[in-house]
Each structure stands twice: as structure tokens, then as C-alpha cells.
Write a protein that binds this ligand. Structure first.
Ligand SMILES: *Cc1c(COP(=O)(O)O)cnc(C)c1O
Length: 400
């Protein structure tokens, strides 16, 4: 870290060698040990059984029920399909309220299930559902709220459940990012009617591709098993359609090993998160989000916000500069679900906070591919960028 401004040419965007040798994606990308994976695959080949409630899937679902403290865990081929299946299993009709500040597939799962998403705003400080904004968008056609838990924090599940109870609405959660988080020590997974998790490679627990649905409701669980479809139901329930969203034995093998590694991966995330917290202090115009509403976070993402007037550069310029240095910072969620296909040409009420966050947030790498030392070096780099912001701004103007 320098204490004086550096010329723009000292940054990779303007010709210098990148500070980081290899591109570092935002995360999580934890891989289990190859030896253990080989042994699991060997078992699959010996049993000659690829999918349909195989022994590894049955064991995974048993372990996950314990992990989440819930009666039922139904593993599926990814979280988006899980959300679609769940909307079907809840037998919803009409409109579902959800924040626009989310991954586009989570909003689209509502449309894919034949329902209409209604976008509510989020709280500017904590990025999660703003309860007063639910009041603004509710009407007689709304049948449910899909809460979204982001970054390693959560929305306020109790407040949302209370609101839903008052208005006779169903509640379920897109908890794709929230595996391992706890609210007042209660594991995320047991809130609302059901919660959906992602085991995508970028999430803290992975099956390479996959996800699961948690519920304490026996009937919903049987409908979900019928939709997946596969064996494992205790009562046959009529379902709207099948989804062919099974989890294979190969995916279950990766997930079981990933679950075994979860405590150490979480510890690693914690250390990296703390290194960022220390390193990113006292940068004018930059704030790093601390996990909200949780007693335990999984530190799924490192999220920062830029006040471009004070920092000296726009969020987009900072992201471009970082990416040139091989730090593959992301702009989640840009431009916001309400401005994406297929929703952009419809009008929604005021989503002021969502708009602001979509324009000012970015994510930094955390997970398997970085160390506390590289987190510190990334923080130093951002200090340098801030100190050199007028040089970088001038260069940017010339190159436009
Ligand atoms: C990752 C993610 C999803 C989608 O998960 P897939 O398993 O890739 O379908 C949905 N919602 C949110 C908030 C996510 O972060």
C-alpha cells in the first residue's frame, strides 16, 4: 500500500502487469479431497446405481435433516428448479411478492410456476425485504411472499411470517445463499412453510450443481417427492406436474464430502472475512456490509458499497480496475430483476433502495481460492485505487 497517489499507468487497466497472477472469481469453489471423491465414485460404479434415491442420496438427506433441524429435506438438481417445484407444491395462484434485489432466476422461478412476481423494495442498510414496502405492494391477488436471504445474512423471517399471518399469505424462502446461517441460533431452513438452498459451485456447500428444499410439512414433502419425481414418499399426493429434478448419486457424493468439510470451510471464510474487515477500514466512500439478522453467518459473500462522490470513482470504474488486476469483482444484482427480461417493460412501484443498491454494490472474492493474505492485498489495492482516484478519473476521461 502506498501513501501517495500512483500514476494511472501503474494499474493493469492502463497497461501495468496485473497485481494478481491468476484471475480470482468471487467464490466459493471449495473442492473436497480427490482421494475421498475417487472412493465415493468407486462405490457408485460397484453398485451400478446412478440415481433415483440411491444410498448416497438417502444418507445425504438424513445428514441434512440433522444439519437444518427439519423433518424433510428433498434434494434436487438445482435451487431454481427447487423454487419452481415448491411454488407448485404450495398450490399457489396469483401473485407472489418478492424483492427485485435478487438473482434473476429466483424471480423467474415464480413466473415459471405460472405465477406473477410483484417486486417489493429492500432496506438500504441491510439489503433485505423492507416490511413497510410489503404494505405498498399487497393486493387481493397476492397469495404468498418469497423472502430472499442474501450475502450470509437473512431478511427478518419473524417479521415476514407475522405480516403473512395477518394477511393470510403463504411464506417461503429463497435461501440459496444462506446454508449454515442461524437466526437467534436457529438454523435457516426451518422458517416459513419451506426454504430452498443451492449447492451450486459458487455456494458454501456444493454438489457441483444441485440444491435442496427443507420443510416441516409432511404433505408438502410428499408432493415435492412426487414432483421430483422419485421414490421416498410416504403418501401419494396428486401433483400439478413432474420436474425431473432428481439429484444423482455423483452429486450426492460431492455434497456429502462438502458437508464433511463444512466446518473448516466456514472457518476459512470467517478468517478471510475478518481480514477484509480490517483491511477495508477507513477508506472514504467505501463500506463493507456486516451479516445482518443472523447470530451465525456463513460469509457467503463479501459485499461493499461505494459512494462515488466520496470514493472518487464510480462503482463500475472500480470494478473494471479490479477486474483488470485479476480480481473478478461482480455487480450483484445489476440491473435488478425488475429491469431484466421478462420484467423490464412492466411498471413497478417505487424501488428506490433497490435502484441505489443495484448501482452501488459490488462483491469481492471469498472462499477456497483466496487466503487471508490475498484479502489483505486486495484491500491494499483498493486503498491505492482510492488514493489515485483523480489520476484514474483523468485517464478514464481521456480514454473515453
Ligand atoms: C445461487 C442462487 C440461486 C440459484 O441457485 P441454482 O442452484 O444455481 O439454481 C437462486 N437465488 C439466489 C439468491 C442465489 O444466490
Amino acid at each position: 500500500m502506498r501513501h501517495i497517489a500512483m500514476p494511472a499507468n501503474d494499474f493493469a487497466l492502463y497497461g501495468a502487469a496485473p497485481r494478481f497472477e491468476k484471475p480470482i472469481p468471487v467464490g466459493q469453489l471449495y473442492f473436497p479431497s480427490f482421494e475421498k471423491y475417487e472412493r465415493s465414485m468407486q462405490g457408485i460404479f460397484e453398485r451400478q446405481y446412478f440415481n433415483n434415491n440411491g444410498p448416497l442420496l438417502i444418507e445425504l438427506e438424513r445428514q441434512l435433516r440433522e444439519f437444518f433441524h427439519v423433518r424433510h429435506v428433498i434434494c434436487v438438481s438445482n435451487a431454481t428448479l427447487g423454487l419452481m417445484m415448491l411454488a407448485d407444491a404450495l398450490q399457489l395462484r396469483g401473485k407472489v411478492i418478492t424483492p427485485s434485489f435478487t438473482f434473476i432466476a429466483s424471480a423467474q422461478s415464480i413466473s415459471q410456476a405460472g405465477l406473477t412476481p410483484v417486486f417489493c423494495d429492500v432496506n438500504i442498510e441491510n439489503h433485505h425485504i423492507d416490511i413497510p414496502s410489503l404494505e405498498r405492494v399487497i393486493d387481493k391477488d397476492v397469495c404468498a411472499i418469497m423472502g430472499v436471504n442474501l450475502w450470509g445474512g437473512t431478511c427478518d423471517p419473524t417479521a415476514i411470517e407475522q405480516f403473512a399471518l395477518q394477511h393470510g399469505l403463504e411464506v417461503y424462502f429463497d435461501s440459496a445463499q444462506a446454508l449454515g446461517c442461524r437466526v437467534e441460533n436457529k438454523p435457516v431452513g426451518g422458517f416459513g412453510r419451506a426454504e430452498v438452498f443451492s449447492f451450486h459451485a459458487t455456494k458454501i456447500l456444493t454438489s457441483a450443481e444441485g440444491g435442496c428444499i427443507c420443510t416441516n410439512d409432511d404433505e408438502i414433502a410428499d408432493r415435492l417427492c412426487g414432483t421430483r419425481p422419485s421414490y421416498g414418499v410416504t403418501t401419494i399426493q396428486p401433483v400439478r406436474r413432474v420436474a425431473n429434478a432428481r439429484m444423482s448419486e455423483a452429486q450426492a457424493a460431492v455434497a456429502l464430502l462438502s458437508l464433511e468439510d463444512f466446518p473448516s470451510n466456514l472457518q476459512n471464510n470467517k478468517s478471510i472475512f475478518e481480514a477484509y474487515q480490517n483491511g477495508l477500514q477507513n477508506i472514504p466512500g467505501l463500506s463493507m456490509l456486516s451479516p445482518v439478522n443472523v447470530s451465525h453467518s456463513n460469509h457467503q459473500y463479501v459485499v461493499c458499497r461505494i459512494d462515488s462522490e466520496i470514493f472518487g470513482l464510480s462503482r463500475d470504474m472500480l470494478v473494471d480496475i479490479l477486474r483488470a488486476e485479476n480480481i473478478l469483482a461482480r455487480r450483484y444484482f445489476y440491473p435488478g430483476a425488475h429491469k431484466s427480461t421478462p420484467y423490464f417493460n412492466k411498471s413497478y412501484g417505487t424501488l428506490n433502495n433497490t435502484e441505489i443498491l443495484c448501482d452501488t454494490c459490488f462483491q469481492l472474492p471469498i472462499g477456497a481460492l483466496i487466503s487471508t493474505d490475498s484479502a489483505k492485498r486486495i484491500a491494499d489495492l483498493i486503498h491505492d485505487i482510492h488514493r489515485s482516484s483523480s489520476e484514474l478519473r483523468a485517464k478514464h476521461k481521456v480514454s473515453q
